[in-house]
Design a protein around this ligand. Structure first.
Ligand code: MF3
Ligand code: CO
Ligand code: CO
Length: 253
């Protein structure tokens, strides 16, 4: 069942999503060589709490930290750690989800750490364009499958693979709601979009194989071949005419 948010609920989605976006803006200057992912986790945690919200990942199905930090070949769900200290040439995805006034807002960004190789910079750039191409498909009457179709097409055109084992999701009173938003597929398939639906689009794009493995910690998802992976995520509202990016940051306007 895909929930349709009322105008009051949409206002609450706007507020929580805005805080999630602001958290990514806040953390950016700290993402530098020498900082640990645990320090970044603590800064995000304190920022979210200070703004009257709760970090949705913390204790979610036992996840031990407040944000996910996914470094280089980690695709998603990386666990912040004192042992993971950023160095020149890394890429780090920070995935922030806030719970404010009973609603979740979910967004992530892949940061470049110092001087990143041209090959990896291009991966990050194409991944952002994949997310935006997916977002541009959002409109009433469109199909959820249209989103994955354009993402897959762009990623493959650039010679990359698309992760299929993890996907976008409806979001609202629950962190993960219907529908599933897969990042591959065929136009005209899946549920039809209606005004008031809110869901994420969060493609994970790999330099090498699309196949994943999960560490023994039960969370950390990495590429099977050890090649780099990038991701971007926004929470999207279907409007009467198209879409609104609820987690948009100033740098994107
Ligand atoms: N924020 C992730 C997503 O985009 C989910 C993280 S679940 C956690 O759906 F438990 F790892 F935090
Ligand atoms: Co998400
Ligand atoms: Co997320």
């Amino acid at each position: 069942m895909i929930s349709i948010k009322s105008s009051r609920e949409i206002e609450l989605m706007r507020a929580t999503s805005k805080l999630a976006a602001a958290t990514l803006e806040y953390i950016e200057p700290f993402v530098k060589p020498g900082v640990s992912t645990e320090e970044l986790n603590q800064l995000c945690h304190d920022y979210i709490i200070k703004h009257g919200a709760y970090p949705s990942p913390l204790n979610y199905h036992g996840f031990p930290k407040s944000v996910c930090t996914s470094l280089n070949e980690v695709i998603c769900h990386g666990i912040p750690s004192k042992k993971d200290v950023l160095k020149d040439g890394d890429i780090l995805n920070i995935d922030v989800t806030t719970y404010l006034n009973k609603f979740h807002g979910d967004t992530n960004k892949t940061f470049l750490v110092g001087n990143v190789s041209d090959e990896v910079k291009k991966l990050v750039d194409v991944t952002y364009r994949c997310m935006m191409a997916g977002i541009e498909q959002v409109k009433p009457g469109g199909f959820i499958g249209d989103i994955g179709a354009v993402i897959e097409e762009l990623a493959h055109r650039e010679g990359y693979s698309v992760v299929e084992d993890y996907c976008g999701h409806g979001i609202g009173r629950e962190f993960h709601e219907d529908p599933q938003v897969v990042h591959v597929g065929k136009r005209g398939t899946g549920p039809q979009m209606k005004p008031g639906m809110t869901f994420t689009i969060e493609p994970m794009i790999n330099l090498g194989t699309k196949h994943c493995k999960v560490l023994k910690d039960g969370w950390t998802v990495l590429t099977k071949d050890g090649k780099f992976s990038a991701q971007f995520e926004h929470t999207i509202l279907v409007t009467d005419t198209g879409y609104e990016i609820l987690t948009i940051r100033e740098e994107e306007k």
